[in-house]
Design a protein around this ligand. Structure first.
Ligand code: ADP
Ligand code: ZN
Ligand code: ZN
Length: 816
């Protein structure tokens, strides 16, 4: 009898591969274990076993595996099922899903590069011979590929050794060296062990009797310690004792206090906090409505206005599931939002909360993976962004998707281009779990599903604690410019309000959507605008750096002193971005501290968090920002939100433009007046009578919904049609044109439905590759599976045409 296993390789190939194993191996191996396998001439990959059988493949002679990497499965059957669904639905390979799903450290391959962690705590004398050899090699070179390790050790089978070294922290993956995870660290203090008993303590207080302040600080520490039974942060201690940092410093210098740091996300509570949440009547009704809707709906939408206290409702609901020993997954659209949420959830649930996202190191991600795999207490509730969906849950009871309308839930590149909300609903079904979607501005799709009774609906229409929704006022830019009431980009009304609010020591948020509104340089003599040589876009002007830069490929040039077309020195800047707003504001309010949050100021790993924290701690009076500010952040002291120009959002060439403009404006408005102080929102616009602007003004989601649904039905868009978008790229313009025409024609001949294209997108060349797109609109009545099969066949024929080989195609199902 022959023994085979069927494995998935982390590659973009559509099929699985068969490898031969011995009888003993066959009996040892279980589905969901990893094996190291040779592939091609020299490569080694980590593959995932998805089945075992005795059928010799007909087309090739199977190779033998190198070795088995696991003692028990690291991936469960539900996951494999779910990944197959994703591959099938989003038209990509199972290998691509596998690659996206697992932390990199789980899928080492011959090309993977490792380095020494240079951790001083590692005792070299305890290393195995092989491990020692590898570390020695790394003393002479900073990094080394796994292939090279194989040569050094003279073995083919090195993955288990490397896996172990990664786990022990002796090695790190190269990709991490570039971006080491620097979690937000909080400073804590504790009393030196030397003073742990009463006698020693009395002695200490005696010694300190002459340093009154220091003595008081020590006493305050005791009071706090007795009360809280959790780590005491420096900030808390200083506030509580009303002393200065210098007093604490002298105690630390004397070794009486020891300082230490904890990662904010991973603070371990010694004892469960007993933070109590008392739901308001409205919140309580919402909770009951959700629970009763769950009796006949698997998915329920919580439509709650901004600051209605949705988070508290989620918490109370989550509690019921973990009481029944179920796992809970909480998905967020942005890593930047996790810190605020983790704090709120850990304050309530203590150590039952785990966090999972791509900014964690490989080891941390592997750790959470294993905790979920073993259904540990520590990972009862997992908070994460879309990739947390791939964790090895075995017993999910509830998935909460907060800010469900956010487009970041849809993965763009690379494949799998999945929508985390939709994939979560499928996953929940597999677990027979429930899904709660939450938003103040639900996506049209979700609300449509409510309207046809596919989802349940719960509404929270008031803010928590008698806080009222902010008052919104429109400012007509045409009128203001005409009457010369503008100062730069600020109307008189906006400036008056900023002055007033800052005078009361309250804070201001200013919103300027960057997209399509970057400043560029223009020649006043000939009209020439400098463009990127590699992409079809104008270069963005950066005043501060005195540079022009391409947003797509990063190409940078010094700010020219004269026009490259006509040599004129009369150059001007057009358009306005956040940087210009910041500049104007600094001149208008020279004594105020102004912060800016956009792609450029948040580049570093924790860029967002730093700015959010600084604003929260009132280190800035005004925060200027882009899209990011429209997400579910909570600031107590913000009473004014200003939108500098609402129109550019309305003018996007996208079928979701109005829906998104409504969501963004409503969400950004929702940042105002979230505590006792009433908030105000000022929206500057050239189109005060535009329907969407009026809907925002009147907080009228239903009108927006009805109007947009009508348009979508009329113009064949979701939720009535499903979209599949193909993007074709090539450096050769003619070849691209010809091949996209070929694809379009063949699709047209074989599919009886609207097909648009081949179209040149607004940005039709990036990094020297030309781009064409084709959009298929599949009516809901059509058979989706069959349509996709036909499409896949056509794509296969396309790929078999030798002349088109170099043309790259990406497929985006449910293009968002
Ligand atoms: P949303 O997510 O709906 O925008 P949040 O959950 O952020 O709103 O709640 C807004 C504010 O109200 C937060 O500061 C939150 O702590 C507070 N809050 C909401 N519900 C309660 C409650 N039941 N008890 C105490 N504070 C609450
Ligand atoms: Zn010119
Ligand atoms: Zn470019």
């Amino acid at each position: 009898m022959l023994y085979f296993i069927e494995v998935v390789l982390p590659l973009a190939v559509g099929k699985t591969f068969t490898y031969q194993v011995s009888q003993t191996e066959f009996h040892y191996i279980q589905e969901g274990m990893r094996v190291a396998v040779p592939f091609g001439k020299t490569k080694i990959y980590t593959a995932l076993v998805i089945s075992k059988h005795h059928n010799l493949p007909q087309l090739y002679q199977p190779k033998e595996i190198h070795q088995i990497l696991d003692e028990k499965p690291v991936v469960n059957a539900i996951q494999i099922e779910h990944w197959k669904w994703i591959a099938n639905y989003y038209m990509c390979s199972l290998g691509e899903v596998f690659r996206a799903a697992m932390p990199t450290g789980f899928i080492l391959e011959s090309e993977t590069i490792v380095s020494s962690s240079n951790d001083e705590n590692i005792d070299k004398s305890e290393l195995q011979d092989d491990e020692f050899l590898i570390l020695e090699a790394l003393e002479n070179q900073s990094s080394i590929s796994i292939q090279e390790v194989s040569k050094i050790l003279g073995k083919k089978t090195v993955l288990p050794i490397l896996n172990k070294m990664l786990q022990k922290g002796v090695l790190v993956l190269q990709e991490e060296i570039k971006e080491v995870y620097k979690p937000k660290l909080i400073r804590y203090v504790k009393l030196h062990e030397a003073y742990s008993n009463q006698e020693q303590l009395t002695e200490l207080l005696e010694i300190l009797s002459r340093a009154k302040k220091q003595r008081e600080l020590v006493l305050s520490y005791f009071q706090l310690n007795a009360r809280e039974k959790k780590p005491i942060s420096v900030k808390e201690l200083l506030e509580f004792s009303n002393t200065t940092a210098s007093v604490l410093k002298s105690l630390i210098d004397k070794d009486i206090f020891i300082e230490y740091h904890l990662n904010q996300d991973r603070v371990v509570f010694e004892e469960e906090e007993d933070l109590k949440i008392n739901l308001s009547l409205a919140q309580n009704n919402a909770l009951q409505s959700i629970e009763s809707n769950f009796e006949n709906h698997d998915v329920n939408l919580l439509h709650g206005v901004t600051a209605s206290g949705k988070t508290e409702v989620y918490i109370k609901l989550i509690e019921k599931y973990i009481e029944h020993d179920k796992q809970v997954l909480f998905l967020l659209p942005e890593i930047a939002l996790t810190t605020q949420l983790v704090q709120r959830l850990t304050a309530y649930f203590g150590n039952q909360v785990a966090v999972f996202h791509s900014k964690y190191t490989n080891n941390e991600r592997v750790e959470v993976w294993n905790q979920v795999l073993e259904s540990l207490e520590k990972a009862k509730i997992v908070i994460g962004v879309r990739s947390a969906l791939f964790l090895p849950f075995s017993n999910l009871g509830l998935i909460v998707i907060d800010e469900e309308h956010e487009q970041t839930f849809k993965q763009q590149d690379p494949a799998p281009r999945y929508h985390a909300r939709d994939a979560a609903i499928v996953l929940a079904k597999q677990h027979q779990a429930k899904v709660l979607l939450g938003s103040a501005t639900p996506s049209l799709e979700s609300y449509y599903n409510v309207s046809v009774s596919k989802y349940g609906l719960t509404t929270l229409s008031e803010r928590f604690g008698n806080v009222v929704l902010p008052e919104i006022e429109l400012i007509d830019l045409k009128d203001k410019y005409f009457r010369k009431r503008m100062n730069g980009h600020f109307s008189d009304v906006l400036l008056e309000n900023i002055t007033e609010v800052l005078g009361k020591s309250e804070q201001v948020i200013l919103f300027q959507n960057r997209r399509g509104f970057s400043p560029y340089l223009e020649c006043l003599t000939c009209g020439h605008v400098p463009h990127c040589p590699n992409c079809d876009v104008s270069l963005t002007y950066y005043k501060y750096k005195n540079q022009l830069k391409c947003h797509y490929c990063g190409h940078t040039i010094a700010n020219p002193s004269h026009c490259h077309a006509c040599n004129s020195v009369d150059l001007t800047t057009k358009g306005f971005g956040t940087e210009q707003i910041e500049e104007e504001l600094k001149i208008l309010f020279p004594n105020k501290k102004i912060g800016r949050m956009d792609q450029d100021t948040t580049r570093g790993k924790f860029g967002y968090e730093k700015i959010i924290d600084a604003f929260k701690n009132q280190e800035y009076d005004v925060l200027i920002g882009t899209q990011m500010l429209a997400k579910g952040l909570h600031f107590d002291n913000v009473t004014l939100v200003g939108v500098l120009n609402a129109d550019n959002m309305l003018n996007q060439p996208h079928f979701r433009a109005y829906e998104r403009a409504f969501q963004m404006l409503t969400q950004v408005s929702g940042r105002a007046g979230r505590s006792e102080k009433k908030g105000k929102v000022l929206i500057q616009t050239y189109n005060p009578y535009h329907n969407t602007i009026q809907q925002v003004l009147n907080n009228d989601y239903m009108s927006m919904f009805k109007e947009q649904i009508y348009e979508r039905r009329n113009f064949n868009y979701p939720p009535f049609y499903r979209l599949i978008k193909f993007t074709l790229k090539n450096r050769d313009f003619d070849k691209l044109k010809e091949s996209s025409m070929w694809l379009y024609n063949v699709l047209k001949q074989n599919l009886d439905m609207p097909i648009l294209g081949p179209e040149e997108p607004p940005i039709s060349r990036v990094r020297n590759e030309y781009i064409r797109t084709i959009l298929i609109k599949i009516p809901n009545e059509a058979h989706l599976g069959n349509t996709k099969k036909t499409i896949q066949k056509i794509l296969n024929s396309f790929e078999s045409i030798a002349f088109y080989k170099s043309v790259k195609i990406t497929t985006n199902v449910d293009y968002y």
